[in-house]
Unconditional design. Structure first.
Length: 359
């Protein structure tokens, strides 16, 4: 089991494993943008298809809201205009305006995609799932899970020049793949006694609010997190309760996020005043990683309302893995030089109020 920090390192490893695939590749993805890394991955998958590998892709159309509202505004798999998606994309585009983004929402054709979609070895689903999960399974043996979407900003920097902090975990174990798929398909329930588990929201079975909140409430001495978004009431209350118990709570989040910046800073202000150490990252924290005592959690699950009761989610939960813990602690140490601390943390009450409605 290996923790991979930053998307560029994750993509390097993933592409190498795709090139070695012999039988099957399964990808579940929220955002897959029509940009350099999006097409690079497509090309490697095309080669896999051509050599006989069965490729299954579950790409959530709900993620195209952000594909069409941010960065180059180009979606790879969702070129057609969907009314609800288009309206939400326009709201986000206008609400988080940036002169560096292209104007309009016209989608460019992609000939490589047309060839890819027609391949007989491909099984492709592009419906609206509202599933924020991101994972890869290669030859039923190699498993990647984490928070990294397929887009150039994860592979380097966004249009504002900010480095993205994000994580994936690579597991090479067919038994663990089988267990994960059984959990993901709802065949077996969460087992708190297992050293490797998964906090999940699945259709009609939203367990994040219970299981992740429980983990936060069990903290004895440490909660250290690199987290993108905040606001879920049970999670916030768990953090305040931990501080009251004397647990050291340390948070790294974005100084300026791509979404709900002011609402994040509202919570950082409150937590800071309650005794938490808060570091504001000069790049962008897209990570969803938490170390609770010696239990490490990483995946797609934010601490906001969308993650707790609206979207499908999956985060890996690993108890007592010293190497994984030390990798995360080293990453934390490395990024602190690119953070700032201010007291009090300031935020806009008006913007925070409106961002709360969409969190």
């Amino acid at each position: 089991m290996r923790l991979i920090t930053y998307g560029n390192e994750a993509f390097k490893a993933i592409l190498e494993d795709i090139d070695r695939a012999q039988r099957s590749i399964l990808i579940q993805m929220f955002i897959w943008r029509d940009d350099q890394i999006g097409n690079q991955l497509l090309n490697h998958l095309q080669s896999a298809l051509d050599r006989g590998v069965q490729v299954t892709i579950q790409k959530d159309a709900y993620g195209s809201i952000f594909e069409k509202a941010e960065e180059n505004k180009q979606s790879l798999f969702h070129k057609d205009k969907q009314k609800g998606i288009h309206i939400l994309a326009k709201i986000i585009d206008v609400g988080y305006a940036d002169d560096r983004k292209p104007k309009g929402y016209q989608q460019k054709p992609n000939e490589a995609l047309n060839k890819f979609i027609g391949h007989p070895n491909l099984s492709l689903s592009t419906s609206i799932l509202k599933d924020h999960t991101k994972f890869y399974i290669i030859d039923d043996t190699i498993f990647y899970v984490g928070g990294v979407n397929i887009e150039d900003k994860e592979n380097g920097k966004d249009i504002q020049g900010r480095t993205y902090l994000d994580y994936m975990v690579r597991i090479d174990n067919p038994d663990e793949v089988n267990y994960f798929l059984s959990r993901f398909e709802g065949k077996i329930a969460y087992d708190a006694n297992r050293t490797i588990e998964y906090v999940m929201n699945r259709p009609n079975d939203f367990q994040v609010i219970k299981d992740l909140t429980h983990l936060l409430n069990q903290a004895n001495y440490r909660i250290l997190m690199h987290m993108a978004y905040f606001g879920a009431k049970s999670a916030m209350q768990a953090l305040f309760n931990a501080l009251k118990r004397g647990v050291k709570v340390t948070i790294v989040t974005s100084k300026v996020s791509n979404l709900q910046t002011e609402y994040n800073l509202y919570w950082m202000n409150k937590l800071q005043q309650a005794g938490a150490e808060v570091y504001l990252y000069e790049g962008l924290v897209h990570a969803k990683a938490i170390l609770i005592d010696d239990t490490f959690i990483v995946g797609s699950t934010n601490l906001n309302n969308s993650a707790f009761d609206q979207l499908g989610e999956c985060s890996l939960v690993v108890q007592g893995d010293a190497a994984l813990k030390e990798s995360f602690l080293q990453s934390h140490k490395d990024i602190l030089s690119n953070t700032i601390q201010t007291n009090p943390i300031k935020y806009s009450k008006i913007k925070s109020f409106f961002e709360q409605l969409l969190s």
